[in-house]
Ligand binder design. Sequence first.
Ligand SMILES: [Zn+2]
Length: 218
Amino acid sequence: MTGRAELNLRRQIIETCLGMNRQGVNQGAAGNVSARHGDGLLITPSGLPYDSMKPADIVFLDENGRPEGECNPSSEWRFHYDILGARKDVGAVLHAHAPYCTALACLGWEIPAFHYMVAVAGGDSIRCAPYATFGSQELSDNALAALKGRKACLLANHGMICIDRDLTAVLALAVEVETLARQYCLALQLGEPIVLPAAEMRRVQEKFKTYGKQPKRK
Ligand SMILES: [Zn+2]
């Protein structure tokens, strides 16, 4: 392990794991988190509880996906590696078995534009990637396809993936996506949710480009 920046990033990965459990996005050690680092990435180890995880337990994968360090990388390292390789706009990847996302994913359902906030994931739906065995190349390929032009997807009979520029942004997005999944499940219990038209979702996406950006103070 070298340098203060890397140590901070390792600490931030652990904080993100603890944060996703605290905020109901994940339970136990089912989820995993990675962040781009140099030509490779840093990723949570396989099967360690987050509250006993130390910075040195975080695994570095080089540009060829080869691990360095004492621990084995998360069994889902393949899609973290493939996503960070294919999406240069992405700096962090979060995978969780978020309860409401997973409930929908167990039906193989996507989340349609039942709420305008679905646009935070970059489009007018949050797709559901077809099922494949955990840790497999097929799962990684399916996830990458479902994430095309998007920042989140569900994984059939499994969970969800969120991707964003950094760890802070990806955790916030995961909380938002799980909230949307919960709201969609609630709405489905009352009747058939009304889906917003594509043109309206495009308008919302345009507005999101400037939303939350404060003008520079002189
Ligand atoms: Zn999983």
